[in-house]
Design a protein around this ligand. Sequence first.
Ligand code: FE
Ligand code: FE
Ligand code: ZN
Length: 278
Amino acid sequence: MYIGCHLSSADGFRGLARDAVAVGANVFQFFTRNPRGGAAKPIDPADVADFLATARERAFGPILAHAPYTLNPCSDKADTRRFAREVFADDLARMEHVPGNLYNFHPGSHVGQGVGAGVALIVETLDAVLRPEQTTTVLLETMSGKGSEVGGRFEELREILDRAALGARMGVCLDTCHVWDAGYDVAGDLDGVLREFDRAVGLDRLRAIHLNDSKNPLGSRKDRHARIGEGCIGLEALVRVVNHPLLRDLPFYLETPQDDLSGWAAEIALLKSRRTGG
Ligand code: FE
Ligand code: FE
Ligand code: ZN
């Protein structure tokens, strides 16, 4: 089972790998830079080599880089879209130092321009930054649909994947809190939600799961993560997610609010203990 959490470290990739091992994880998510944007630290080849050694030794699954939250490829402001392109392209270049992993981004908020205009701007951004030689798989994240977010409906993700020139090489990261908040009942009808995802997007495009509980009820469009078992989705439903035959081989990344590493260590241990059949 591939399970881990979102980590941050002042000590580069080797620090992330060390923290992952400390919490009992064999995958992790991290921000490529300050989550509010800003410059990324230069890549240190010795740091990458240390990380790769740990990853091999511990049989890590795919690591997932998360784009900054401020990245909005479908903003109505040209300079915000330019910033999104620059950060996106720079992040993808950096990810090639750890080839063959995943890069997740929020499709963005159309800020009143409408979903159609938003999708067109997202596709323009992707066409500007994706390269056929990249080994990183770029993932669209399912969103809660709060405000003017694009990606709260599976069909919106499908449209982006269909229209981007290299969309066939992209995938989707499903966030359990976000889809629940968007109105997909992963607690009461997981099979139905997966059927819907398969119909709209295709389960073969699903590459990662953000495993979170939600502070709010189904369809609330809030996007407030809760600790596993402390929210409206509940422990039993999240246990069904990690054991579902269509999901169980995907990497799971916790983005739960914790005060320190011990919180994620406890959640990872709990979910491993509830895993059926290894
Ligand atoms: Fe996210
Ligand atoms: Fe997420
Ligand atoms: Zn979220």
